[in-house]
Design a protein around this ligand. Structure first.
Ligand code: FES
Length: 161
């Protein structure tokens, strides 16, 4: 009984402190402010992670296409390649008539690769380069090759899965 009345008094006192205390914040207010700050910091952490793992939605890269994606052979230059950003794949043609495909998600930190030039697939985030022949790392911080995809020729198109 006494305890309950004490709790009620404390609650009321705390509430009054918050309402009446623009000058001296109660302990509860300080604790709350700290908690809010903590959440703010955690939120920043999540936002930072979300930035890189957002593009790391690599699961949706293969799953998003359902049955894969297609690209016209004519759109893939010999000695170069084409990045299909929506499908998160890069299709290359190292030599005439020989097509390859790889995940377009950089193995370093999950950025989508940005360009294909001089026989290399280039990630704009930290400068990793990958071979258009086999997806292997030719320079940069990326620790692993770009995972290979399956390319199937269908007339004048290529199906990537
Ligand atoms: S994410 Fe590609 S080099 Fe860092």
């Amino acid at each position: 009984m006494d305890d309950r009345s004490m709790v009620n008094d404390n609650d009321r006192a705390s509430t009054n402190d918050i309402d009446d205390a623009p000058v001296s914040p109660s302990r509860r207010t300080v604790v709350r402010a700290t908690a809010v700050t903590g959440v703010g910091i955690a939120g920043l952490g999540l936002a930072a992670c979300g930035g890189s793992s957002g593009s790391g939605g690599s699961g949706s890269a293969s799953g998003g296409g359902g049955g894969g994606t297609t690209v016209a052979k004519a759109d893939v230059p010999v000695g170069g390649g084409k990045i299909l950003g929506d499908a998160k794949v890069v299709v290359t043609q190292p030599t005439s008539g020989s097509f390859k495909a790889f995940s377009a998600i950089c193995t370093h930190a999950g950025c989508t690769v940005g360009s294909v030039a001089d026989g290399e697939i280039i990630c704009p985030c930290h400068g990793s380069h990958f071979s258009i022949k086999d997806g292997s790392v030719t320079s940069g911080p990326a620790p692993k090759p770009l995972p290979a995809k399956t390319v199937t020729a269908e007339g004048s198109s290529l199906k990537v899965s």
